[in-house]
Unconditional design. Structure first.
Length: 297
């Protein structure tokens, strides 16, 4: 069962831990509940007339979201470049705790047993789990059992490569993962412990609710679910801080970089659907940068 070495294991998990993500019940679609926008694929028209596309992804390997519709493939074909939140990191040690630190020393015996159980469920060696940052384990352990090694974002990335598109990251790996690294070890342990208390049944129920809302392109519904689920398992202050770190601060940077790239060439941007709606979302920020933004039906 535990045939992957640590380096391969962490690179595989990269496809599941892109931030601004769709993770059931934890660090998921952090959306504004009042968001009026619906739809996942958006056409971007730059002030100079160049046309690009913005697609809201779900960072999951579920087969229901990986049958890409013709409109999406057409948009990718028409684009010169492909952008995702970040390209796969070259150094997987970015996911590990500092040398000499071990999660086992931070957990109770009961918590350690639960980590061992979940590590086995996710085909992860317990020694590898003990070296990972607590926020990463929280993300992985709150996912359903993996069906494939490739989440939707990574499948799009591979498809873009197959089509000989230039591939770019909206953030470098350090920028991307620093959003979670900015939380203290105590805060990360709160996140992990919240997930350890959740049953498989609860995770599967919440994931199904989220994926149904995603398949409908119902961004407002996703936001309501996320506040209900994640807001219910984390302290309010930590949840609010997480939303700011994962969304608000990163949306400013990503909108600027999308606008800059899309003014030079036609680009297909794949980014977690959580980043699209709301007053601080990418749709609103691109409109403020004089882009015409319209849903592709």
């Amino acid at each position: 069962m535990h045939t992957l070495n640590l380096k391969s294991l962490l690179r595989g998990f990269f496809s599941m831990v892109l931030l601004g993500v769709v993770l059931p019940g934890f660090i998921g679609f952090s959306l504004v509940a009042q968001a009026a926008e619906t739809g996942l694929l958006w056409k971007l028209e730059a002030p100079n007339g160049k046309v690009s596309y913005l697609f809201g992804t779900m960072h999951s390997d579920d087969k229901r979201i990986n049958n890409f519709p013709p409109a999406l493939i057409k948009a990718l074909d028409e684009s010169e470049a492909f952008m995702m939140e970040t390209l796969p990191p070259r150094d997987p040690s970015i996911f590990l705790m500092p040398e000499g630190r071990n999660l086992a020393e931070m957990l109770t015996e009961k918590e350690f047993d639960k980590v061992r159980e979940l590590a086995d469920f996710h085909s992860m060696h317990i020694e590898a789990a003990m070296r990972m940052k607590p926020w990463l384990l929280a993300v992985v352990f709150d996912l359903p059992k993996p069906q494939t090694p490739y989440a939707q974002d990574v499948r799009l990335y591979t498809l873009a490569q197959d089509k000989s598109k230039q591939t770019l990251g909206l953030e470098d790996a350090t920028e991307h993962f620093s959003a979670m690294d900015s939380f203290s070890m105590d805060e990360q342990l709160v996140m992990l412990r919240a997930v350890l208390k959740r049953s498989h049944k609860e995770k599967e129920r919440d994931f199904e609710a989220l994926i149904k809302a995603y398949l409908k392109g119902d961004l407002a519904k996703i936001g309501l679910l996320d506040d209900k689920i994640t807001g219910g398992i984390l302290p309010k202050e930590l949840w609010q801080k997480m939303r700011v770190k994962l969304l608000d601060e990163r949306n400013i940077r990503m909108a600027e970089r999308i606008a800059s790239q899309a003014s030079e060439s036609s680009v297909f941007v794949a980014v977690g659907a959580s980043h699209l709606p709301g007053d601080n979302g990418l749709i609103a920020r691109l409109k403020a940068a004089d882009y015409k933004v319209s849903p592709v039906r």
